[in-house]
Design a protein around this ligand. Structure first.
Ligand SMILES: Cc1cc2nc3c(=O)[nH]c(=O)nc-3n(C[C@H](O)[C@H](O)[C@H](O)COP(=O)(O)OP(=O)(O)OC[C@H]3O[C@@H](n4cnc5c(N)ncnc54)[C@H](O)[C@@H]3O)c2cc1C
Length: 317
């Protein structure tokens, strides 16, 4: 077991997506001694995003390009980025945190900003990965505008699926909701809005077997009726999968206030129910999950860390 020589750290940032990179940039400019631990390449979900049209200042930018620019910006202000997979975040009796990693290195600091994001649940059918970003999406707000006047499908039956299907009708000419059961799990009010929308058609008792297309992108879905086993093809150019999202909140080895989906509850300074532990971005309870909200959260969290450290020093003096 190696312990980081940086025991004089002010803050450990876990995750190098937009939230983590923004927190590292603010921490650097604020002269905090910070380390950012990222298990892969920095950029987070930006690396899985083709085009971004809703980040202010850029009419359109490729996800990986924005990831690179954010990384350079953080490094410019002194970010110490290390490729480390975090295994656990533990609170010490003196209120500081010990962050353990798969390399065996441990990092200690009085504050942590957790920005580990989350992962949309995949259907796991052939074609899903191949057509991701070329018809297959997990984010209506992000990608809906690319399907103006087209016929698309939403897969799922919970609140997210039914609400997003309704949202997508502002762009698409037709939205099919494909659900494997004969009733939705979505709340009554959400369902009623969808049923009243003439652009929505529900295909009940049906599962997607395959997503198929050509070099241009998705062209149709192979479907199977779960009651009769009969098969059919549904021609669509878009398929939005909303069957769940798993926030990476399980790294914290303390009880953290969270909602039923595992999203972390914070106050308006992004502090969690554990003092000194802050959370920002997609893993936090909030209305929407976008790059802008992730960097907004991270800005607040980094500035709140500075204030927390000052208050902590004053109390200990
Ligand atoms: C396909 C797709 C398209 C999208 N399109 C848009 C769009 O057009 N516009 C928009 O605003 N938003 C879009 N989004 C949403 C946007 O990408 C997210 O809201 C944003 O990336 C959230 O940033 P984050 O930093 O909170 O999390 P993430 O981007 O998920 O980053 C989390 C980081 O933490 C790292 N990590 C996780 N666990 C560990 C660990 N144990 N140790 C170390 N590192 C760890 C991950 O590797 C990752 O790099 C899209 C999302 C998807 C999936």
């Amino acid at each position: 077991m190696t312990t980081s020589t940086s025991s004089d750290l002010d803050v450990i940032i876990v995750g190098g997506g937009p939230a983590g990179l923004c927190a590292a940039m603010y921490a650097g400019r604020g002269m905090l001694k910070a380390v950012l631990l990222e298990r892969g390449i920095t950029g987070g979900e930006l690396l899985n995003t083709e085009k971004i049209e809703d980040y202010p200042g850029f009419l359109t930018i490729l996800g990986p390009e924005l990831a690179e620019a954010m990384t350079k910006h953080a490094v410019h202000f002194g970010a110490d980025i290390r490729q480390e997979e975090v295994e656990g975040i533990h609170r010490n009796p003196d209120g500081t945190f010990r962050v353990t990693t798969s390399s065996g290195t441990e990092y200690t600091a009085p504050t942590v900003i957790l920005t580990a994001g989350g992962t949309p649940t995949k259907l796991g059918v052939p074609g899903e990965i191949e057509y991701a970003g070329r018809g297959v999406s997990y984010c209506a707000v992000c990608d809906g505008a690319f399907f103006k006047g087209e016929r698309i499908a939403v897969i799922g039956g919970g609140d997210a699926a039914v609400e997003e299907a309704d949202y997508l009708t502002r762009y698409a000419s037709k939205v099919y909701i494909i659900h494997r059961r004969e009733e939705f799990r979505a709340s009554r009010v959400v369902q009623e809005r969808a049923f009243a929308n003439p652009k929505i058609e529900v295909i009940w008792n049906t599962k997607v077997l395959e997503m198929a297309g050509d070099v241009q992108g998705l062209k149709h879905l192979e479907l199977e009726d779960t009651a009769t086993g009969s098969r059919s093809q549904l021609p669509v150019t878009g398929a939005f999968v909303f069957i769940g999202f798993k926030p990476n909140s399980g790294l914290v080895k303390e009880h953290l206030a969270h909602d039923a989906g595992g999203y972390i509850v914070t106050d308006d300074r992004m502090m969690t129910s554990v003092p000194g532990l802050f959370a920002a971005g997609d893993l936090r309870v909030q209305l929407t999950r976008q790059v802008t909200t992730a960097v907004g959260d991270a800005t607040t969290a980094a500035i709140a860390v500075e204030k927390y450290l000052t208050e902590r020093k004053t109390q200990r003096a």
